[in-house]
Design a protein. Structure first.
Length: 70
């Protein structure tokens, strides 16, 4: 029976490659580029700023949770 070779695209350079030790990347270079994106904030997760009312509501939730545990 023929051996199945799984192929995937490198998320950085989009080169189609077979299994590789740097999976999902095609090379150490692409893996390092991806790491650089994380370190410089390019892949930052968007956050929503909380206003004063949101903080007060959050404090109430936390306080009620801890008072229930006592």
């Amino acid at each position: 029976m023929a051996e199945v070779i799984k192929m995937h695209k490198c998320p950085i350079c989009h080169k189609v490659v077979a299994e590789c030790k740097y999976k999902p990347f095609c090379s150490k270079r692409c893996a390092d580029i991806d790491l650089g994106h994380w370190l410089d904030g390019s892949y930052a997760v968007p956050a929503q700023e909380l206003d004063e009312k949101d903080y007060e509501k959050l404090e109430q939730i936390v306080e009620s949770k801890y008072s229930e545990e006592d």
